[in-house]
Design a binder for this molecule. Structure first.
Ligand code: ZN
Length: 97
């Protein structure tokens, strides 16, 4: 997988950087700086790269919607729900369209 420089999320240019976390984390999302960071480990694994990018983009979208600003923010739960349940269901059933 070649390094991405930037992506577009709903019309917003998002910078992509790569780093290595000491705790083995795969990605992070910094909406205030329109920045997503991915682990160097993602560069060796296309599936991991895509999964992590998708996960962090969902955080970016949550921020754009304002959900991130709720007083009690359970955003991670929603992201994991979409990541692990909604997206796989859509993918498995896309032939129905
Ligand atoms: Zn997350």
């Amino acid at each position: 997988m070649r390094k991405l420089q930037s992506i577009t999320v709903l019309g917003h240019k998002i910078k992509i950087e790569y780093k290595t976390w000491s705790d083995g984390q795969f990605g992070s999302c910094d909406p205030d700086n329109k920045l997503i960071k991915l682990s160097h480990a993602c560069l060796d694994d296309d599936e991991l790269h895509w999964a992590t990018l998708t996960h962090e983009v969902m955080h970016m979208i949550m921020w754009l919607t304002g959900i991130s600003f709720m007083e009690r923010n359970d955003e991670e739960v929603y992201v994991r729900c979409f990541e692990n349940l909604v997206l796989p269901w859509i993918e498995e059933n896309s032939y129905r369209r």
